[in-house]
Design a protein around this ligand. Structure first.
Ligand SMILES: [Zn+2]
Ligand SMILES: [Zn+2]
Length: 148
């Protein structure tokens, strides 16, 4: 027979442990990506970056912290064609160019005008809440390297 109160204590301990770890990892992720010019942090990048700062966190803690930051609007998540998420510091809306040479995500000014969205909504009877456009090509540095 399962001891109900024992079960509860075990879950509650796990939960406290989880919260404590996430509470430590989330601000460390924010600090890390705020300091860097890079916009295409994978979970693996975050883990490596945190480790280099002495914050050793397991993969699931980093995953949970990144999802929590995304849900809280502090971080924006972009899922690319390879199926892996990239994380960047949230800011005003912009679209993206994914560089096929170096893997960076370059912020580009929004490529869809509000009028175009409104026209589309009227035309096919939809309501657009948000969008995220990812162009693919070369970033300025890789383009310059190719031309040189
Ligand atoms: Zn590039
Ligand atoms: Zn846009």
């Amino acid at each position: 027979m399962v001891n109900a109160s024992g079960l509860f204590n075990r879950f509650s301990c796990c939960y406290c442990h989880f919260v404590a770890r996430t509470a430590r990892v989330s601000p460390a992720i924010l600090r890390l990506i705020a300091r860097s010019a890079w916009h295409a942090w994978t979970l693996e990048d975050l883990q490596t970056g945190l480790a280099s700062e002495g914050v050793n966190a397991d993969f699931s803690s980093i995953f949970r912290a990144a999802e929590k930051l995304t849900a809280g609007g502090e971080v924006r998540k972009v899922v690319l064609d390879d199926g892996r998420a990239r994380f960047e510091l949230a800011g005003t809306h912009h679209d993206y160019l994914h560089c096929t040479a170096c893997g960076e995500l370059i912020a580009v000014p929004c490529v869809i005008e509000r009028e175009a969205c409104s026209a589309l909504e009227g035309k096919i009877g939809i309501a657009i809440a948000e969008h995220q456009v990812v162009l693919s090509g070369l970033c300025p540095a890789c383009r310059a390297a190719e031309v040189a």
